[in-house]
Design a protein around this ligand. Sequence first.
Ligand code: CUA
Length: 339
Amino acid sequence: MAQNSGEARGWARRWAGGFWILGIWLTGCAAQSPSILAPVSPKGRAEAELFWFILLITAGVFVLVETLLLYAVFRFRARDPRAIPPQIHGNNALEISWTTATAVGLAVIFAMTWRTMAATSTPPADALPVKVIGHQWWWEFQYPTLGITTANELVIPVGRPIRASVTSADVIHSFWVPQLGGKMDAIPGRENAVWLQSDVEGVFYGQCAELCGISHANMRLRVRAVSEAEFQRWVEAQRAPAAQPVEPLAQQGYQVFMSKACVGCHAIAGTPAQGRVGPDLTHFGSRTTIAAGLLENTPENLARWLDNPPAVKPGALMPRLGLTPEEIQALVAYLLSLK
Ligand code: CUA
């Protein structure tokens, strides 16, 4: 008896644990995780509608099959275990009807999927072109018609379609901003077009959706949809050459930047730094995050990053440069002045 109650308590604990985990799973990530079921773009809405449509059909199939199954289980259960059930040899009418019904259901789903794909796969002709390049582990965004290169934050004007040509500089990544529409693979040597648009202002989170190495989960991005006027202001600011450092500390930071390994990988327009391996830093101070969206762009976080990048983003290709605390403070002042 004592053993039984111990076992019962063990089960109760396991169940409680299970519900606890389920609770976290259901509520835990709600704050920041974007949902494909909260679309803000024409493409996202078309895809979400298709999802609900297919869910409706499959839910109907599930209810029908389970009802028939339960009916058969109870209605035809063996009342006398020794009795031999009546022997039958199929039922042509039933078999033809369930095969036909299934085929029709699949054909309808196929047709609806085809229709959605046709309606969403080709970007509108007047779309603003943006080149999206996946890197281990960050995103590069080039606006070829505007002469802008930035990283990890894609700024777009509200209501205007964007034609994203997605490619990769190293391994296969996948560009995904759930509220703006489906994923697109970023494949080295290939350009895959995907159409983005946001109908509302706001910040939409994205994530690399293809396992691409140790910091795959840290390869985040943000799409900032702003009004047309704000977008024009942003474009003007981004096209300007980098700000000259004014403060003494920032000037010192400029010297550190130009004399250390930084210039080998990063570009700052209008300076000798023209590296193309890492993100372009010309307007670094205007970005809200650093390290592919991992950290808010604050002086403390930037200092942490400069001190030891792989400790923040495992596998980061930017190595620990052995900078002194003074050099780090100077670099922080310089980089954040690059608005
Ligand atoms: Cu890039 Cu996962």
